[in-house]
Design a protein around this ligand. Structure first.
Ligand code: DGL
Length: 255
């Protein structure tokens, strides 16, 4: 079986890692649209178009199941992807919401890109269950991680800058609604304190796709990117914990 995973860039490797840790006998094809990252400050129409193009590329690789690792793409493009693809499609929003509903005492914080936060998708889903939701777009976290600055004074100050309001609102659960944020998790947890449970959708998502996964044979991994910058291999190693040669690809762009 072959699982396709796509993201706007490298961040989705955090989701790929969780999937590979759980499913050791499945082939994975990853696509990072590094030439067009970030998706997080683009319009809904553009995110949908880019997502359909990523999916088309992965379908051409013969995938049996698609995981949309990007929160911004999951927020805007999941319905369009499900309508146009003949295979199961999973995003990262529902798993995060499900986990939050399981553990919250009633006040949930959500952080993500501007696109994810302004889509309001986490807020709407959680509020349906009577949960109080506090959101905060935290766009600087993405470049921080991409610079490898996941600890130290600057990272700490930016964490405090974005999370101050959520801490003051006394949220009891915090959803990391962006692929890159799990790398800042130690700092975020330290700042929010022991009483706040931090959720990263990837592990819940890995469990959710279980009924659709058929494991057999050895696992093969293919890493595709639409741009290969000088620090790409550093980031792959930072997130996956192993070096794998990225392949440069171009997408079947419609416009
Ligand atoms: N992958 C994006 C997300 O999870 C973050 C980076 C971007 O803005 O494209 O929303």
């Amino acid at each position: 079986m072959k699982i396709g995973v796509f993201d706007s860039g490298v961040g989705g490797l955090t989701v790929l890692k969780a999937l590979r840790d759980k499913y050791k006998h499945v082939d994975f094809v990853y696509l990072g649209d590094t030439a067009r990252v970030p998706y997080g400050n683009k319009s809904a129409q553009t995110v949908i178009r880019y997502s359909l193009e990523c999916a088309e590329f992965l379908m051409g690789e013969g995938i049996d199941l698609l995981v949309v690792a990007c929160n911004s793409a999951s927020s805007y493009a999941l319905d369009s992807l499900r309508e146009s693809l003949p295979i199961p499609v999973f995003g990262v929003i529902d798993p995060g919401v499900k986990k939050a509903l399981e553990i919250t005492k009633g006040k949930v914080g959500v952080i993500g890109t501007r696109a994810t936060i302004s889509s309001g998708v986490y807020k709407r889903r959680l509020e349906e269950y009577g949960v109080e939701v506090y959101q905060k777009a935290s766009p600087l976290f993405v470049p921080l991680v991409e610079e490898g600055m996941v600890e130290g004074k600057i990272a700490q100050e930016i964490v405090e800058y974005y999370l101050k309001d959520l801490k003051e609102a006394r949220v009891d659960t915090l959803i990391l609604g962006c692929t890159h944020y799990p790398l800042l998790r130690p700092l975020i947890e330290r700042y929010m304190g022991d009483n706040v449970k931090v959720i990263d959708s990837a592990t819940v998502l890995a469990l959710e796709i279980e009924p659709f996964v058929k494991e057999k044979g050895l696992s093969y991994l293919e890493l595709n990117f639409t741009d290969i910058s000088p620090n790409l291999e550093f980031l792959i190693e930072l997130i996956l914990g192993e070096v794998d040669k990225p392949r440069l690809v171009s997408l079947p762009c419609k416009v």
